[in-house]
Design a protein around this ligand. Structure first.
Ligand code: TYD
Ligand code: MG
Length: 465
Protein backbone atom coordinates (compact mmCIF):
# COMPACT_ATOMS: atom_id res chain seq x y z
CA UNK A 1 0.00 0.00 0.00
CA UNK A 2 1.43 3.33 -1.02
CA UNK A 3 0.43 6.94 -1.24
CA UNK A 4 -1.65 7.23 1.90
CA UNK A 5 -3.42 10.47 2.62
CA UNK A 6 -4.04 11.60 6.15
CA UNK A 7 -6.71 9.61 7.87
CA UNK A 8 -8.70 10.18 11.03
CA UNK A 9 -10.98 8.02 13.13
CA UNK A 10 -14.56 9.13 13.53
CA UNK A 11 -17.09 7.84 16.01
CA UNK A 12 -20.00 6.31 14.09
CA UNK A 13 -22.31 7.22 16.97
CA UNK A 14 -21.56 10.85 17.83
CA UNK A 15 -19.30 11.88 14.96
CA UNK A 16 -16.37 13.00 17.13
CA UNK A 17 -13.00 12.96 15.37
CA UNK A 18 -9.95 11.23 16.84
CA UNK A 19 -6.39 11.30 15.47
CA UNK A 20 -5.76 7.70 16.59
CA UNK A 21 -7.84 4.57 16.92
CA UNK A 22 -9.12 3.76 20.40
CA UNK A 23 -11.49 1.15 21.73
CA UNK A 24 -13.76 3.75 23.23
CA UNK A 25 -14.90 7.16 22.03
CA UNK A 26 -13.77 9.89 24.46
CA UNK A 27 -16.65 12.13 23.49
CA UNK A 28 -19.66 9.86 23.97
CA UNK A 29 -18.15 6.90 25.81
CA UNK A 30 -19.39 4.28 23.34
CA UNK A 31 -17.20 1.25 22.72
CA UNK A 32 -16.04 0.01 19.31
CA UNK A 33 -17.53 2.83 17.31
CA UNK A 34 -14.41 4.43 15.79
CA UNK A 35 -14.07 3.99 12.04
CA UNK A 36 -11.22 5.15 9.86
CA UNK A 37 -11.88 7.73 7.16
CA UNK A 38 -9.97 10.06 4.91
CA UNK A 39 -9.34 13.42 6.56
CA UNK A 40 -11.47 16.19 5.03
CA UNK A 41 -11.40 18.61 3.34
CA UNK A 42 -8.15 18.55 1.43
CA UNK A 43 -6.75 15.31 0.25
CA UNK A 44 -3.27 14.41 -0.85
CA UNK A 45 -1.55 11.26 -1.99
CA UNK A 46 -1.08 9.69 -5.36
CA UNK A 47 -3.85 7.13 -5.17
CA UNK A 48 -6.38 9.68 -4.13
CA UNK A 49 -5.48 12.19 -6.83
CA UNK A 50 -5.39 9.68 -9.62
CA UNK A 51 -8.94 8.67 -8.82
CA UNK A 52 -10.19 11.98 -7.62
CA UNK A 53 -13.01 11.92 -10.14
CA UNK A 54 -14.47 8.94 -8.44
CA UNK A 55 -13.14 9.71 -4.99
CA UNK A 56 -14.86 10.63 -1.77
CA UNK A 57 -16.83 13.85 -1.58
CA UNK A 58 -13.91 15.91 -0.27
CA UNK A 59 -11.67 14.89 -3.14
CA UNK A 60 -13.42 16.92 -5.82
CA UNK A 61 -12.56 20.50 -6.59
CA UNK A 62 -15.42 22.85 -5.93
CA UNK A 63 -16.57 25.83 -7.94
CA UNK A 64 -20.00 27.31 -8.57
CA UNK A 65 -22.20 25.48 -11.05
CA UNK A 66 -25.53 26.26 -12.68
CA UNK A 67 -28.31 24.28 -11.05
CA UNK A 68 -30.65 22.89 -13.75
CA UNK A 69 -34.43 23.08 -13.58
CA UNK A 70 -36.05 19.81 -12.56
CA UNK A 71 -37.99 19.87 -15.81
CA UNK A 72 -34.74 19.95 -17.79
CA UNK A 73 -33.39 16.82 -16.19
CA UNK A 74 -33.56 14.03 -18.74
CA UNK A 75 -33.22 10.31 -18.54
CA UNK A 76 -36.19 9.57 -16.29
CA UNK A 77 -37.70 7.33 -18.93
CA UNK A 78 -34.44 5.55 -19.64
CA UNK A 79 -35.14 1.88 -20.00
CA UNK A 80 -34.11 -0.55 -17.31
CA UNK A 81 -31.98 -3.51 -18.13
CA UNK A 82 -33.69 -6.84 -17.73
CA UNK A 83 -31.47 -9.70 -16.71
CA UNK A 84 -34.11 -12.21 -17.76
CA UNK A 85 -33.83 -13.87 -14.35
CA UNK A 86 -37.47 -13.02 -13.70
CA UNK A 87 -37.64 -13.03 -9.93
CA UNK A 88 -34.50 -10.89 -9.68
CA UNK A 89 -35.84 -8.29 -12.12
CA UNK A 90 -39.18 -8.32 -10.29
CA UNK A 91 -37.68 -7.62 -6.86
CA UNK A 92 -35.67 -4.73 -8.30
CA UNK A 93 -38.93 -3.23 -9.54
CA UNK A 94 -38.50 -4.20 -13.19
CA UNK A 95 -34.83 -4.67 -13.98
CA UNK A 96 -31.55 -2.94 -13.23
CA UNK A 97 -31.51 0.86 -13.32
CA UNK A 98 -28.43 2.16 -15.19
CA UNK A 99 -26.09 4.02 -12.83
CA UNK A 100 -27.62 2.51 -9.72
CA UNK A 101 -25.89 0.62 -6.94
CA UNK A 102 -27.45 -2.53 -5.53
CA UNK A 103 -26.30 -4.34 -2.41
CA UNK A 104 -27.07 -8.06 -2.16
CA UNK A 105 -26.71 -9.26 1.43
CA UNK A 106 -26.94 -12.72 2.87
CA UNK A 107 -25.30 -15.33 5.02
CA UNK A 108 -22.31 -17.27 3.76
CA UNK A 109 -23.26 -20.18 1.52
CA UNK A 110 -26.75 -18.96 0.72
CA UNK A 111 -25.97 -18.41 -2.96
CA UNK A 112 -24.99 -14.76 -3.41
CA UNK A 113 -22.04 -15.50 -5.67
CA UNK A 114 -24.16 -17.87 -7.72
CA UNK A 115 -26.91 -15.26 -8.08
CA UNK A 116 -24.50 -12.54 -9.17
CA UNK A 117 -22.71 -14.78 -11.62
CA UNK A 118 -26.03 -15.78 -13.17
CA UNK A 119 -27.06 -12.14 -13.41
CA UNK A 120 -23.70 -11.33 -15.04
CA UNK A 121 -24.12 -14.14 -17.57
CA UNK A 122 -27.72 -13.19 -18.33
CA UNK A 123 -26.86 -9.53 -18.75
CA UNK A 124 -24.00 -10.38 -21.08
CA UNK A 125 -26.26 -12.64 -23.14
CA UNK A 126 -28.90 -9.93 -23.27
CA UNK A 127 -26.36 -7.59 -24.86
CA UNK A 128 -25.22 -5.68 -21.76
CA UNK A 129 -21.53 -6.13 -21.04
CA UNK A 130 -20.71 -7.38 -17.55
CA UNK A 131 -17.51 -7.23 -15.49
CA UNK A 132 -17.43 -9.68 -12.58
CA UNK A 133 -14.92 -8.90 -9.87
CA UNK A 134 -14.14 -11.56 -7.32
CA UNK A 135 -12.18 -10.65 -4.24
CA UNK A 136 -12.85 -14.03 -2.66
CA UNK A 137 -12.20 -16.57 -5.32
CA UNK A 138 -9.61 -17.29 -7.98
CA UNK A 139 -10.63 -17.16 -11.66
CA UNK A 140 -10.56 -20.95 -11.68
CA UNK A 141 -13.01 -21.18 -8.79
CA UNK A 142 -15.36 -18.78 -10.53
CA UNK A 143 -14.98 -20.76 -13.74
CA UNK A 144 -15.89 -23.98 -11.93
CA UNK A 145 -19.05 -22.40 -10.59
CA UNK A 146 -19.89 -20.94 -14.00
CA UNK A 147 -19.54 -24.35 -15.62
CA UNK A 148 -22.37 -25.68 -13.43
CA UNK A 149 -24.80 -23.02 -14.58
CA UNK A 150 -27.24 -23.36 -17.44
CA UNK A 151 -26.54 -19.94 -18.91
CA UNK A 152 -23.43 -19.60 -21.08
CA UNK A 153 -21.00 -17.19 -19.43
CA UNK A 154 -17.88 -17.28 -21.58
CA UNK A 155 -18.12 -13.62 -22.54
CA UNK A 156 -18.35 -12.24 -19.01
CA UNK A 157 -15.18 -10.33 -18.15
CA UNK A 158 -13.62 -11.66 -14.96
CA UNK A 159 -11.15 -10.03 -12.60
CA UNK A 160 -9.77 -11.43 -9.37
CA UNK A 161 -8.81 -8.29 -7.49
CA UNK A 162 -9.17 -6.69 -4.08
CA UNK A 163 -7.59 -3.26 -4.49
CA UNK A 164 -10.33 -0.71 -5.11
CA UNK A 165 -8.11 1.63 -7.14
CA UNK A 166 -7.35 -1.16 -9.62
CA UNK A 167 -11.00 -2.18 -9.77
CA UNK A 168 -12.17 1.36 -10.49
CA UNK A 169 -9.43 2.01 -13.04
CA UNK A 170 -10.27 -1.23 -14.86
CA UNK A 171 -13.99 -0.56 -14.77
CA UNK A 172 -13.39 2.99 -16.00
CA UNK A 173 -11.25 1.79 -18.90
CA UNK A 174 -13.66 -0.99 -19.89
CA UNK A 175 -16.91 0.86 -19.21
CA UNK A 176 -19.10 -2.25 -19.03
CA UNK A 177 -22.83 -1.82 -18.42
CA UNK A 178 -22.72 -3.70 -15.15
CA UNK A 179 -19.94 -4.22 -12.61
CA UNK A 180 -20.47 -6.96 -10.04
CA UNK A 181 -18.30 -6.94 -6.94
CA UNK A 182 -18.08 -10.06 -4.76
CA UNK A 183 -17.74 -9.00 -1.96
CA UNK A 184 -17.51 -5.51 -0.46
CA UNK A 185 -15.78 -6.98 2.63
CA UNK A 186 -12.80 -8.21 0.65
CA UNK A 187 -11.90 -5.02 -1.19
CA UNK A 188 -9.87 -2.16 0.22
CA UNK A 189 -8.53 1.24 -0.70
CA UNK A 190 -4.87 2.05 -0.16
CA UNK A 191 -5.93 5.44 1.20
CA UNK A 192 -6.97 3.87 4.48
CA UNK A 193 -4.77 1.84 6.76
CA UNK A 194 -7.41 -0.51 8.12
CA UNK A 195 -7.75 -4.09 6.95
CA UNK A 196 -10.38 -5.00 4.32
CA UNK A 197 -13.75 -5.59 5.89
CA UNK A 198 -13.50 -3.06 8.68
CA UNK A 199 -16.11 -0.35 8.94
CA UNK A 200 -13.96 2.43 7.50
CA UNK A 201 -12.84 0.39 4.49
CA UNK A 202 -16.29 -0.96 3.69
CA UNK A 203 -17.84 2.49 3.88
CA UNK A 204 -15.20 4.25 1.82
CA UNK A 205 -15.12 1.54 -0.86
CA UNK A 206 -18.92 1.57 -1.11
CA UNK A 207 -19.01 5.36 -1.33
CA UNK A 208 -16.48 5.38 -4.17
CA UNK A 209 -18.25 2.62 -6.06
CA UNK A 210 -21.46 4.62 -5.70
CA UNK A 211 -19.72 7.75 -6.99
CA UNK A 212 -18.42 5.71 -9.93
CA UNK A 213 -21.90 4.42 -10.71
CA UNK A 214 -23.40 7.91 -10.65
CA UNK A 215 -20.60 9.48 -12.70
CA UNK A 216 -20.51 6.85 -15.42
CA UNK A 217 -24.00 5.35 -15.57
CA UNK A 218 -22.51 1.91 -14.96
CA UNK A 219 -24.74 -0.20 -12.68
CA UNK A 220 -22.83 -1.61 -9.71
CA UNK A 221 -24.00 -4.75 -7.90
CA UNK A 222 -22.20 -5.55 -4.67
CA UNK A 223 -22.30 -8.60 -2.41
CA UNK A 224 -22.27 -7.92 1.34
CA UNK A 225 -21.95 -10.57 4.01
CA UNK A 226 -24.42 -10.47 6.83
CA UNK A 227 -22.96 -10.38 10.31
CA UNK A 228 -24.14 -12.43 13.27
CA UNK A 229 -26.39 -9.57 14.32
CA UNK A 230 -28.19 -9.79 10.99
CA UNK A 231 -26.99 -6.47 9.55
CA UNK A 232 -24.97 -6.18 6.39
CA UNK A 233 -21.25 -5.86 7.09
CA UNK A 234 -21.64 -4.34 10.51
CA UNK A 235 -22.08 -0.72 9.47
CA UNK A 236 -25.71 0.13 8.88
CA UNK A 237 -24.31 3.13 7.03
CA UNK A 238 -23.66 0.91 4.04
CA UNK A 239 -27.39 0.55 3.58
CA UNK A 240 -27.75 4.32 3.54
CA UNK A 241 -25.14 4.72 0.82
CA UNK A 242 -26.55 2.39 -1.81
CA UNK A 243 -29.75 2.77 -3.85
CA UNK A 244 -31.17 -0.68 -3.26
CA UNK A 245 -30.67 -3.31 -0.59
CA UNK A 246 -31.65 -6.91 -1.29
CA UNK A 247 -31.43 -9.70 1.26
CA UNK A 248 -30.98 -13.26 0.11
CA UNK A 249 -32.35 -15.66 2.69
CA UNK A 250 -33.23 -19.27 3.15
CA UNK A 251 -32.95 -22.21 5.44
CA UNK A 252 -29.66 -24.03 5.10
CA UNK A 253 -31.34 -27.40 4.79
CA UNK A 254 -34.01 -26.42 2.28
CA UNK A 255 -33.22 -25.65 -1.31
CA UNK A 256 -35.41 -22.63 -1.83
CA UNK A 257 -34.21 -19.07 -1.36
CA UNK A 258 -36.09 -15.83 -0.90
CA UNK A 259 -34.77 -12.55 -2.27
CA UNK A 260 -36.26 -9.58 -0.45
CA UNK A 261 -35.90 -5.84 -1.06
CA UNK A 262 -35.57 -3.84 2.16
CA UNK A 263 -34.69 -0.57 0.50
CA UNK A 264 -35.35 0.45 -3.07
CA UNK A 265 -34.99 3.95 -4.47
CA UNK A 266 -36.39 2.75 -7.80
CA UNK A 267 -39.17 0.42 -6.78
CA UNK A 268 -41.22 -0.82 -3.90
CA UNK A 269 -39.83 -2.63 -0.89
CA UNK A 270 -41.13 -5.83 0.64
CA UNK A 271 -41.42 -7.54 -2.72
CA UNK A 272 -40.04 -11.04 -2.66
CA UNK A 273 -38.56 -13.22 -5.34
CA UNK A 274 -38.39 -16.96 -4.82
CA UNK A 275 -35.68 -19.23 -6.18
CA UNK A 276 -34.73 -22.84 -5.91
CA UNK A 277 -31.06 -23.83 -5.66
CA UNK A 278 -30.58 -26.65 -8.14
CA UNK A 279 -27.63 -28.65 -9.41
CA UNK A 280 -27.23 -26.06 -12.13
CA UNK A 281 -27.65 -22.81 -10.24
CA UNK A 282 -30.68 -20.82 -9.12
CA UNK A 283 -34.01 -21.33 -10.85
CA UNK A 284 -36.80 -18.78 -10.49
CA UNK A 285 -39.97 -20.12 -8.88
CA UNK A 286 -42.97 -18.49 -10.49
CA UNK A 287 -45.57 -20.12 -8.25
CA UNK A 288 -44.37 -19.62 -4.64
CA UNK A 289 -47.63 -20.80 -3.06
CA UNK A 290 -47.16 -24.28 -4.52
CA UNK A 291 -43.65 -24.35 -3.12
CA UNK A 292 -44.54 -23.19 0.38
CA UNK A 293 -47.54 -25.47 0.65
CA UNK A 294 -45.29 -28.27 -0.51
CA UNK A 295 -46.51 -31.70 0.48
CA UNK A 296 -49.04 -30.55 3.00
CA UNK A 297 -51.33 -33.14 4.54
CA UNK A 298 -54.61 -31.40 5.30
CA UNK A 299 -55.99 -34.32 7.29
CA UNK A 300 -53.43 -33.76 10.07
CA UNK A 301 -54.32 -31.73 13.14
CA UNK A 302 -52.42 -28.55 13.95
CA UNK A 303 -52.07 -27.36 10.37
CA UNK A 304 -53.71 -24.23 8.93
CA UNK A 305 -53.13 -22.18 5.79
CA UNK A 306 -52.81 -18.40 5.72
CA UNK A 307 -52.68 -16.09 2.70
CA UNK A 308 -50.01 -13.46 3.24
CA UNK A 309 -49.16 -10.50 1.10
CA UNK A 310 -45.49 -10.38 0.28
CA UNK A 311 -45.24 -6.95 -1.27
CA UNK A 312 -47.83 -6.96 -4.01
CA UNK A 313 -48.02 -10.70 -4.31
CA UNK A 314 -50.23 -13.02 -2.29
CA UNK A 315 -48.51 -16.18 -1.06
CA UNK A 316 -50.15 -19.10 0.70
CA UNK A 317 -48.22 -20.61 3.59
CA UNK A 318 -48.84 -23.48 5.92
CA UNK A 319 -48.71 -22.79 9.63
CA UNK A 320 -48.12 -25.74 11.91
CA UNK A 321 -48.74 -25.79 15.62
CA UNK A 322 -48.13 -28.44 18.22
CA UNK A 323 -49.38 -28.21 21.78
CA UNK A 324 -48.04 -31.12 23.81
CA UNK A 325 -48.00 -31.96 27.51
CA UNK A 326 -45.04 -30.21 29.12
CA UNK A 327 -42.44 -32.34 30.87
CA UNK A 328 -41.54 -30.32 33.93
CA UNK A 329 -40.63 -26.75 34.77
CA UNK A 330 -41.86 -23.80 32.75
CA UNK A 331 -43.65 -24.93 29.56
CA UNK A 332 -41.81 -24.03 26.39
CA UNK A 333 -42.98 -21.60 23.72
CA UNK A 334 -41.03 -21.96 20.52
CA UNK A 335 -41.94 -20.03 17.37
CA UNK A 336 -40.11 -20.37 14.06
CA UNK A 337 -40.99 -17.78 11.44
CA UNK A 338 -43.45 -16.10 13.79
CA UNK A 339 -42.90 -13.45 16.47
CA UNK A 340 -42.56 -14.98 19.94
CA UNK A 341 -44.38 -12.12 21.65
CA UNK A 342 -47.23 -12.31 19.18
CA UNK A 343 -47.50 -16.02 20.01
CA UNK A 344 -47.64 -15.25 23.74
CA UNK A 345 -50.42 -12.75 23.05
CA UNK A 346 -52.42 -15.25 20.97
CA UNK A 347 -52.06 -17.91 23.68
CA UNK A 348 -53.36 -15.48 26.28
CA UNK A 349 -56.32 -14.53 24.06
CA UNK A 350 -57.11 -18.19 23.34
CA UNK A 351 -57.01 -18.90 27.07
CA UNK A 352 -59.15 -15.98 28.16
CA UNK A 353 -61.58 -15.70 25.24
CA UNK A 354 -61.87 -19.20 23.78
CA UNK A 355 -61.41 -21.35 26.85
CA UNK A 356 -58.26 -23.12 25.62
CA UNK A 357 -55.69 -23.47 28.37
CA UNK A 358 -52.02 -23.82 27.46
CA UNK A 359 -50.67 -23.48 30.99
CA UNK A 360 -49.45 -27.09 31.18
CA UNK A 361 -48.56 -27.45 27.50
CA UNK A 362 -45.40 -26.92 25.50
CA UNK A 363 -46.30 -24.90 22.42
CA UNK A 364 -44.47 -24.97 19.10
CA UNK A 365 -45.41 -22.90 16.07
CA UNK A 366 -43.67 -23.30 12.76
CA UNK A 367 -44.16 -21.53 9.46
CA UNK A 368 -43.45 -24.22 6.89
CA UNK A 369 -40.87 -23.57 4.22
CA UNK A 370 -38.84 -21.06 6.21
CA UNK A 371 -41.03 -18.05 5.41
CA UNK A 372 -41.63 -15.39 8.06
CA UNK A 373 -45.11 -14.24 9.02
CA UNK A 374 -44.93 -10.56 9.89
CA UNK A 375 -48.42 -9.43 8.91
CA UNK A 376 -51.14 -9.59 11.59
CA UNK A 377 -53.32 -11.19 8.90
CA UNK A 378 -51.58 -14.45 9.78
CA UNK A 379 -52.98 -14.43 13.36
CA UNK A 380 -56.16 -16.34 12.63
CA UNK A 381 -54.32 -19.20 10.93
CA UNK A 382 -51.94 -19.47 13.90
CA UNK A 383 -54.87 -19.47 16.34
CA UNK A 384 -56.73 -22.06 14.25
CA UNK A 385 -53.66 -24.30 14.07
CA UNK A 386 -53.22 -24.06 17.85
CA UNK A 387 -56.88 -24.89 18.49
CA UNK A 388 -56.73 -27.76 16.01
CA UNK A 389 -53.71 -29.21 17.77
CA UNK A 390 -55.29 -28.85 21.20
CA UNK A 391 -58.49 -30.62 20.12
CA UNK A 392 -56.38 -33.02 18.04
CA UNK A 393 -58.80 -32.63 15.17
CA UNK A 394 -57.99 -31.46 11.67
CA UNK A 395 -59.40 -28.23 10.30
CA UNK A 396 -61.80 -28.47 7.34
CA UNK A 397 -59.85 -29.59 4.27
CA UNK A 398 -58.92 -27.02 1.59
CA UNK A 399 -59.59 -24.05 3.84
CA UNK A 400 -57.72 -20.79 4.35
CA UNK A 401 -57.80 -18.57 7.45
CA UNK A 402 -57.51 -14.81 7.12
CA UNK A 403 -57.71 -12.36 9.98
CA UNK A 404 -56.05 -10.39 12.69
CA UNK A 405 -56.93 -11.46 16.24
CA UNK A 406 -57.70 -8.71 18.76
CA UNK A 407 -57.24 -8.82 22.51
CA UNK A 408 -60.98 -9.29 22.96
CA UNK A 409 -60.88 -12.49 20.94
CA UNK A 410 -62.52 -10.71 18.02
CA UNK A 411 -61.49 -11.47 14.46
CA UNK A 412 -60.52 -8.27 12.71
CA UNK A 413 -60.56 -7.18 9.11
CA UNK A 414 -57.52 -7.54 6.88
CA UNK A 415 -56.36 -5.53 3.91
CA UNK A 416 -56.77 -6.65 0.30
CA UNK A 417 -58.98 -9.63 1.04
CA UNK A 418 -59.91 -10.00 -2.65
CA UNK A 419 -56.36 -10.64 -3.79
CA UNK A 420 -55.72 -13.17 -1.07
CA UNK A 421 -58.96 -15.00 -1.79
CA UNK A 422 -58.19 -15.05 -5.50
CA UNK A 423 -54.84 -16.71 -4.80
CA UNK A 424 -56.51 -19.26 -2.53
CA UNK A 425 -59.01 -20.08 -5.27
CA UNK A 426 -56.22 -20.36 -7.82
CA UNK A 427 -54.46 -22.88 -5.58
CA UNK A 428 -57.56 -25.03 -5.35
CA UNK A 429 -58.85 -24.02 -1.91
CA UNK A 430 -62.61 -24.11 -1.43
CA UNK A 431 -63.32 -22.32 1.87
CA UNK A 432 -62.13 -19.04 3.34
CA UNK A 433 -62.67 -18.07 6.96
CA UNK A 434 -62.50 -14.37 7.72
CA UNK A 435 -63.90 -11.54 9.77
CA UNK A 436 -67.46 -10.44 9.12
CA UNK A 437 -65.98 -6.98 8.74
CA UNK A 438 -63.84 -7.83 5.77
CA UNK A 439 -66.32 -9.34 3.37
CA UNK A 440 -64.82 -8.63 -0.02
CA UNK A 441 -66.75 -6.28 -2.26
CA UNK A 442 -66.64 -8.86 -4.99
CA UNK A 443 -65.83 -12.52 -4.82
CA UNK A 444 -63.59 -13.04 -7.82
CA UNK A 445 -64.16 -16.76 -7.82
CA UNK A 446 -67.35 -18.77 -7.90
CA UNK A 447 -65.54 -21.83 -6.62
CA UNK A 448 -64.73 -20.56 -3.18
CA UNK A 449 -67.04 -20.36 -0.22
CA UNK A 450 -66.61 -17.47 2.21
CA UNK A 451 -67.45 -18.05 5.86
CA UNK A 452 -67.41 -15.05 8.15
CA UNK A 453 -67.13 -15.09 11.92
CA UNK A 454 -67.07 -12.46 14.60
CA UNK A 455 -64.98 -14.05 17.34
CA UNK A 456 -62.57 -16.93 17.95
CA UNK A 457 -65.08 -18.47 20.31
CA UNK A 458 -67.78 -18.55 17.60
CA UNK A 459 -65.33 -19.94 15.05
CA UNK A 460 -64.04 -22.78 17.23
CA UNK A 461 -67.55 -23.51 18.48
CA UNK A 462 -68.54 -24.14 14.85
CA UNK A 463 -65.37 -26.01 13.83
CA UNK A 464 -65.03 -28.24 16.89
CA UNK A 465 -68.56 -28.78 18.19
P1 TYD B 1 -22.45 -19.53 -3.19
O1 TYD B 1 -23.02 -18.77 -4.33
O2 TYD B 1 -20.98 -19.74 -3.17
O3 TYD B 1 -22.89 -18.82 -1.81
P2 TYD B 1 -22.38 -17.43 -1.16
O4 TYD B 1 -21.67 -16.65 -2.21
O5 TYD B 1 -23.63 -16.77 -0.66
O6 TYD B 1 -21.49 -17.78 -0.03
O7 TYD B 1 -23.19 -20.95 -3.18
C1 TYD B 1 -23.63 -21.58 -2.04
C2 TYD B 1 -24.05 -23.01 -2.20
O8 TYD B 1 -24.80 -23.27 -3.35
C3 TYD B 1 -22.90 -23.96 -2.21
O9 TYD B 1 -22.96 -24.71 -1.02
C4 TYD B 1 -23.10 -24.84 -3.38
C5 TYD B 1 -24.50 -24.58 -3.81
N1 TYD B 1 -24.69 -24.64 -5.26
C6 TYD B 1 -25.63 -25.51 -5.81
O10 TYD B 1 -26.31 -26.24 -5.08
N2 TYD B 1 -25.83 -25.53 -7.16
C7 TYD B 1 -25.10 -24.74 -8.01
O11 TYD B 1 -25.31 -24.80 -9.23
C8 TYD B 1 -24.12 -23.86 -7.44
C9 TYD B 1 -23.29 -22.97 -8.33
C10 TYD B 1 -23.95 -23.83 -6.07
MG1 MG C 1 -19.66 -16.13 -2.26
Amino acid sequence: MTGKGKTVYRCTDCGAEHPKWAGRCDACGEWNTLAEEIAAPKQSGLGARRHSRTGAAGARESSAVVAPRLGDVTGADEPRWMSGLDEFDFVLGGGIVPGSMVLVGGEPGIGKSTLLLQVAARMQNAGHSALYISGEESPLQVKLRASRLKEPSNDVALLSETLLETILATADAMRPDVVLVDSIQTIYTSDLEGAPGNVGQVRECAARLMRFAKDTGVAVLVVGHVTKGGGIAGPKTLEHIVDTVLYFEGEGTLDHRVLRATKNRFGSVDEIGVFRMTQSGLAAVSNPSALFLGDRDDTASGSAVAALLEGTRPVLVEIQALAAKAGFGTPQRVATGFDGRRLALLLAVLDKRAGLSFGALDVFVNVAGGLRVIEPAGDLAVAAALASSTYDRALPPRSVFLGEVGLGGEIRAISQAERRIAEAARMGFTTVFLSDRSIPRRNGSRNIEITTTRTLDDLFGALFP
